[in-house]
Design a protein around this ligand. Structure first.
Ligand code: NAD
Length: 337
């Protein structure tokens, strides 16, 4: 049983904790938080040992009536792997702590790529992270793009990727984010940082990305154009994608016209928090014109990196190969809509 610590129990951390708990070969050793907010109370209710991420704030938890199991140092020292799911930039500050206790660490996409030995997407480069000490699980958008690009590269070769990312302004719980009535080119410079981030997974890929932000919280939407190395029939691409467990092809019959209905479907299906771990590709949008492939996909930013974190735990501990890990993760979470 791998003992997994989670440092940073917010949007990503709490989901990773629940997912780790569902694995047959892992346990949540504890979760660390800075503040005694509603998420801290839920962690206690779920029976996760709660550790204080910042020593000076430990007494705030006592004042709120929440029992602390110890300081984060103790958690890191005892863990086989730590998943750092703290806000962007804090993971870099925490690296010294993980090194001090010689505990392999997973960081999230908000950290710079050069913080880690390898940037990770299970479908694309699982083997690169085997036995690594510092691994960055790439962002929600990079995860979503990598999952589509990997099979296309293997099947047909990819000459060039062009992607426009229509990004949600903030997560549902991020009350201070925006815009609330605008459409922003964001970043306004081209290409956006997303393309270079995908190149941390596929160093030889030619990819340009453009970003926008819109008043939405539910999901990101990608408009994708991939120039393949050969002309391919769109039915063949649909068949290729149908074999990928983390690509959900939305069938026309379901009448799902956007991210609202996708989330509603996930909630109806009994998904925890209405999470959609898979890329959601509108099947009808998959179109080819000569060598060019086009499609639309929805990416649930809060959850698509969750199974990737679980797989990264197995990679750094060397307990399973890519296929075994992905299969175990998918089966235990119920991935595959
Ligand atoms: P979040 O703000 O929801 O959660 C971060 C948690 O870490 C909060 O509970 C915060 O209190 C806690 N924290 C702050 N400082 C800490 C410290 N020093 N030690 C321990 N905990 C601390 O953030 P998030 O959305 O979960 O993002 C975490 C990381 O995941 C970032 O790198 C982000 O870029 C990445 N990410 C976020 C999303 C998303 O859409 N939310 C998607 C993919 C990747």
């Amino acid at each position: 049983m791998q003992q997994v610590a989670i440092n940073g129990y917010g949007t990503i951390g709490k989901r990773v904790a629940d997912a780790v708990r569902q694995q047959p070969d892992m346990e949540v050793l504890g979760v660390a938080k800075t503040r005694p907010n509603f998420e801290a109370e839920t962690a206690i209710d779920k029976g996760f040992p709660l550790y204080a991420a910042v020593e000076e704030r430990a007494e705030l938890f006592a004042e709120a009536g929440l029992d602390i199991a110890g300081p984060v140092e103790e958690l890191v020292a005892d863990a086989d792997v730590v998943v750092d799911a703290t806000p962007s930039g804090i993971g870099a500050q925490n690296k010294a702590l993980y090194e001090e206790y010689d505990t392999p660490a997973l960081y999230q996409g908000g950290e710079d790529a050069d913080l880690a030995d390898v940037s990770f997407n299970a479908r694309s480069n699982f083997e690169d992270a085997v036995d690594a000490d510092h691994v960055r699980v790439v962002s929600c958008n990079t995860t979503g793009l990598s999952r589509v690009i990997a099979p296309l590269r293997e099947a047909y070769g990819v000459e060039k990727v062009r992607a426009t990312l229509v990004r949600r302004g903030g997560d549902p719980g991020q009350t201070s984010r925006g815009p609330i009535n605008d459409i922003l080119p964001n970043p306004v410079t081209i290409p956006s940082h997303h393309g270079p981030d995908v190149e941390t997974i596929f160093p030889d890929l030619d990819i340009d990305t453009l970003g926008m932000k819109v008043p939405a919280t539910l999901m990101h939407m990608h408009s994708l154009n991939v120039t393949l190395e050969e002309a391919v029939d769109d039915a063949a691409v649909r068949d290729l994608f149908a074999d990928e467990s983390r690509l959900f092809l939305i069938p026309e019959r379901m009448n799902i016209d956007g991210s609202g209905k996708l989330k509603e479907y996930a909630l109806d299906a009994g998904r925890p928090r209405g999470d959609v771990w898979e890329n959601c590709i509108w099947e009808e949008s998959i179109s080819t014109v000569g060598d060019d492939l086009y499609l639309f996909q929805g990416i649930h930013q809060e959850s698509d990196v969750v199974p990737e974190n679980v797989d990264a735990v197995r990679a750094v501990t060397g307990v399973a190969d890519a296929d075994e890990s992905i299969e175990t993760t998918d089966e235990s979470l119920g991935i595959g809509l």
